[in-house]
Design a protein around this ligand. Structure first.
Ligand code: BGC
Length: 962
């Protein structure tokens, strides 16, 4: 939200509220006897009349973005939060009732320049503050809009000034449209046609005229490849904003989409960079990236590129003049290019930069304009996801030199990003510095790179200054640096590599943190930290399996199992919404969702759907991820948009089962389990059943009752087929693994007797056979603790979680892991490194367990099946404090506001504090008998139930210990 909002508040409250004063909170409240009315008083002594206490609005977002530029959604959805006026700035008299709920709202949208109103929602009686769809006149392209919200609280108090203030009291924010479907004038340009990769990175140059009366400028740009623009020698990524949500420099644009169908463009406000008197020179690097680099070729026949042969660029610079007219400068045949000093750059192999190359000597060549039907089919869409950015700087934790002269730099953290090396211009000659990246060290202290497979993951730098690779990223904790100078000449005859010469930038999509968890068990805290780093490392425009080896793909099972935890840790709404579009575009015509998305190989066209094609548990991300977005963010649109595709996928499987309802497309089954394989039909049929149940819930959420009934019918048939095939006459599972039992229990594939058998088996297998260890793979693990909890085994769930011996979640932590490992046995004391053919130390899938930290340890959960509860308008608080922990706490920033829940065992009882944000209601189940719950203002008990309803506010209880 723009700063002017705060000016607005100041204006409204006149001198009443001293806003967010540097001194912080206000701490005094008094009775104003003269006026006989309640006031609150600031530290500075300025009273606030009670009638001015109403709701204030914050965190205004459009399509999940804060003040986006280049937003092309024709019916954007608005969201905001409300809280008592002044929020933390005002402390009310205890008898004053602060507003707790919004009862009505009004949204007005105006064109920013003209002030012309394009939508007035009128007063709508509603408590919802999220996902409010624009219903005004059609939005115009390249137009800035201002939107404002006015709200009423439960006493009818409007967030508007009374006669002590001037002007309406409302909250404003902005958004700006981009092309909105209008055609681009710019053309796709590239170098001379070629089909080889690992080529020098060209730099393109275009000279726009000077525009003396320029008042505003935008750069709209995209690439089939990766671009990095400079305007008048100034770095557009470093010096402009794309929205107000984050100032970290952007990189790896335009990101990775299903390039067969679409590419995203980005819009930058370059007003400050534009020259009014001189020409405006655009210089743009263009690298191969995801489009034409090795990642688009490796698994295709003969290393042929799959999207297109070579990278292409398209850009429009729009310069608005004082009279409102726009000068457009666009990529076309008049542009020039030459090879830059980036000798090579590739996502898998790394980057080679040679600063000694004198590019001035290189003549410019004419850019080539590319036209084809295939190019015409690629829609250029707005950047609905989150920009990838340089998010965190990491300094080395240790640096040492090996006998062979190689320096080993340890950042103390496995992560995704790039190193920045700096010779401070001191090097005597132009050294060739070669930097390799690794996640682990070999026993002899050298860098372990075997698990990178064919990815060279190497930086080669020739030069004396500062340098950081630009068009690639690495997954690493350690650097192995060869060729670092031994001296800086006579001035410094002997030099050491120190942290002055090297640091690193963690690169990932700019998602906001929304959740945190901490508890009394340090190892669990480390596990949680590792899970968050796993998320940071694998949220680089696409949710990937891993960031280091020659893969880095949007594997769909990895995504679906982790999405629930991920959406607590970070606001992943825009990120997953963008990915879902590509997943759905990659669906095969017959209905199969791919194993990874974007699917650059389109195997179903070349090799048929069985080759890395659709797979149970993987392809089902097509249902599961939208449902998680709906549960967390109340996003009904993703369900509506993709529901028919979901049905297509389910129908395909039903058809292929030939009427038997035994489905057989579990390509990877319960991947990477610990010696506990399940047959593919078992996994496939169980998952198919579960997905029909989920489809029925989705159908109900969007009002498609007939579909819901049909899905329930398919579920019943599948369940019958499953029981006939996989259960014996005694109601015992024929295939017995922990995952098998979890599927049966969680997916409702059993009757009562079978349920008991499955649970008995599960408990026995964990406790006796495996001596308190798990054996589950990718599909079973995310269910493990929740299903145990739901079946009266919460103590066992805690024991399993806190197990430190192999295999377990904490074992890697005890071995110094700083991220999640791909395999339970990626490394162990007995056998050392696991199977090198597939062994990543930064795979988030097993980190799915973090959702249990929020949902069970601290008890924060959505209520997805109640439409009125959507997006945490109403939510569950039901912690289950384990005996192994002394304390635990978590928070989750829902779209409505921050939910907190923290408990601690003390001598006099269990202290539980929780916070219910303004404008929401919590359904609370206490971790003690309901009749032992002390009375508390704001808390009411539902009749004949152990469920309490908690109004917005902060609560603190001391409860009897069990
Ligand atoms: C990936 C996985 C993925 C799997 C499918 C692997 O190579 O890294 O995480 O889900 O293939 O079997």
């Amino acid at each position: 939200m723009k700063r002017r909002l705060f000016a607005g508040i100041t204006l409204c409250f006149a001198a009443a509220v001293c806003l967010a004063s540097a001194s912080g909170a206000l701490d005094e409240s008094i009775q104003d006897a003269d006026a006989n009315r309640r006031v609150v008083k600031t530290k500075q002594g300025t009273p606030v009349p009670e009638e001015l206490i109403s709701l204030s609005v914050s965190d205004m977002r459009v399509e999940y973005h804060s003040s986006p530029i280049g937003m092309d959604e024709p019916r954007p959805r608005f969201s905001y939060r409300v809280r008592p006026n002044g929020g933390a700035w005002v402390v009310l008299d205890p008898e004053t009732t602060p507003p707790k709920h919004q009862t009505a709202r009004r949204i007005v949208v105006k064109e920013k320049k003209t002030g012309r109103e394009v939508w007035d929602s009128g007063w709508v009686e509603s408590g919802e503050t999220i996902q409010i769809e624009y219903e005004g006149e059609p939005l115009k392209p390249f137009t800035a809009y201002e939107w404002s919200v006015t709200v009423k609280d439960e006493k009818g108090r409007i967030s508007e000034s009374d006669d002590t203030c001037t002007g309406p009291y409302y909250f404003t924010s902005t958004f700006e449209t981009g092309f909105l479907g209008t055609p681009w004038v710019a053309e796709w340009i590239g170098t001379e046609p070629h089909s080889e990769n690992l080529q020098p990175v060209p730099i393109f140059r275009g000279e726009a005229p000077a525009v003396p009366d320029a008042v505003e400028a935008r750069l709209y740009i995209t690439a089939l490849g990766l671009y990095k623009p400079y305007l008048n020698n100034r770095d557009v990524f470093e010096e402009t904003t794309t929205s107000l949500s984050s100032g970290d420099p952007v990189c790896m644009t335009p990101g990775w989409t299903d390039y067969y169908h679409r590419v995203q463009y980005q819009a930058y406000d370059v007003t400050e960079l534009i020259g009014k008197k001189t020409k405006n020179v655009l210089a743009i690097y263009l690298a191969e990236g995801w489009y034409a680099g090795r990642i688009s070729r490796l698994w295709s026949d003969g290393n042929k590129p799959t999207y297109g042969d070579q990278p292409l660029l398209k850009a429009e610079l729009h310069i608005r003049r004082a009279d409102g007219s726009v000068v457009k400068f666009v990529t076309d045949k008049n542009w020039k290019y030459k090879d830059s000093r980036y000798v090579m750059s590739d996502i898998y192999d790394g980057e080679h930069f040679d600063s000694t190359i004198d590019t001035a000597d290189r003549p410019y060549k004419d850019a080539v304009v590319f036209k084809s039907e295939a190019l015409d089919r690629i829609a250029i869409e707005w950047n609905s996801g989150e920009f990838v950015r340089e998010r965190e700087k990491l300094s080395p934790k240790s640096i040492r030199k090996l006998d062979n002269g190689t320096w080993i730099v340890d950042f103390g953290q496995n992560f995704t990003g790039r190193e920045r090396i700096n010779l401070h211009g001191n090097a005597e000659k132009d050294n060739v510095v070669r930097i390799r990246h690794g996640e682990m060290l070999n026993p002899d202290g050298t860098l372990y790179t075997d698990n990178l497979r064919s990815a060279k993951a190497t930086t080669t730098y020739v030069g004396r200054q500062e340098y950081e690779p630009q068009f690639t990223f690495y997954g690493f904790r350690y650097l192995g640096i060869e060729g670092f100078p031994e001296s800086f000449g006579n001035a410094m005859p002997h030099i050491e590599l120190t942290e002055r010469n090297v640091h690193a930038e963690a690169v990932y999509s700019g998602l906001r943190r929304t959740g945190n968890f901490t508890c009394s068990e340090p190892l669990l805290n480390l596990l949680f930290k590792n899970i968050v780093w796993g998320q940071k490392s694998n949220f680089l425009d696409v949710p990937t399996d891993c960031p280091q080896r020659d893969e880095r793909l949007g594997w769909t099972a990895d995504t679906q199992v982790f999405a629930n935890a991920a959406t607590y840790n970070m606001d992943a709404a825009a990120f997953y919404t963008k990915w879902l579009r590509d997943l759905n575009l990659c669906q095969s015509p017959e209905g199969g969702y791919p194993s990874f998305a974007p699917d650059q190989y389109r195997y179903y066209e070349t090799k048929g759907s069985d080759f890395f094609g659709y797979a149970s548990g993987w392809s089902d991300a097509g249902l599961i991820v939208p449902w998680i977005l709906y549960s967390k963010y109340g996003d009904r649109r993703v369900l509506e948009l993709y529901f028919d595709n979901m049905l297509k996928w389910l129908d395909l499987q039903e058809r292929k089962s030939g009427g038997t309802y035994i489905v057989d497309n579990a390509v990877y089954a319960d991947w990477l389990n610990m010696d506990a394989n399940l047959s593919k039909p078992f996994v496939s049929t169980a998952y198919f059943a579960a997905m029909n149940t989920l489809a029925a819930r989705i159908a109900r959420a969007i009002g498609r009752e007939a579909d819901a009934l049909k899905r329930e019918e398919v579920f019943r048939k599948t369940k019958a087929a499953f029981r006939a095939r996989f259960m014996d006459e005694n109601g015992e599972l024929k295939e017995k693994t922990q995952t098998a039992a979890l599927f049966v229990l969680d997916f409702g594939l059993c009757d009562e007797k079978e349920r008991k058998n499955a649970l008995d088996f599960l408990v026995k297998d964990i406790t006796e056979t495996r001596k308190l260890h798990l054996s589950t793979g990718f599909l079973g693990t995310p269910l493990l603790l929740r299903v145990l909890t739901e079946n009266g085994q919460v103590d066992l769930a805690y024991k399993l979680l806190l197990q430190t011996s192999f295999p377990s979640w904490l074992y890697p932590v005890t071995q110094g892991a700083t991220t999640m490992w791909e395999r339970w046995d990626s490394w162990n004391e007995e056998r050392g490194f696991g199977d090198v053919s597939m062994n990543s130390f930064n795979h988030y899938a097993y980190g799915a367990v973090a959702d249990w930290f929020y949902e069970t340890i601290c008890g924060i959960r959505p209520i997805p099946d109640d439409p009125a509860a959507r997006g945490f308008k109403r939510f569950r608080l039901e912690p289950q404090p384990g005996h192994e922990l002394k304390s635990a706490s978590a928070h989750y920033d829902s779209m409505y506001g921050r939910i907190e829940s923290g408990w601690e065992r003390r001598e006099n009882g269990l202290v539980w504090n929780f916070t219910v944000p303004c404008n929401t209601t919590a359904e609370v189940v206490f971790p003690c008998p309901a009749d032992k719950v002390p009375a508390h203002p704001g808390l009411t008990r539902a009749e004949n139930s152990n469920v309490f309803l908690a109004a917005p506010g902060k609560y603190s209880f001391t409860l009897p210990l069990d």
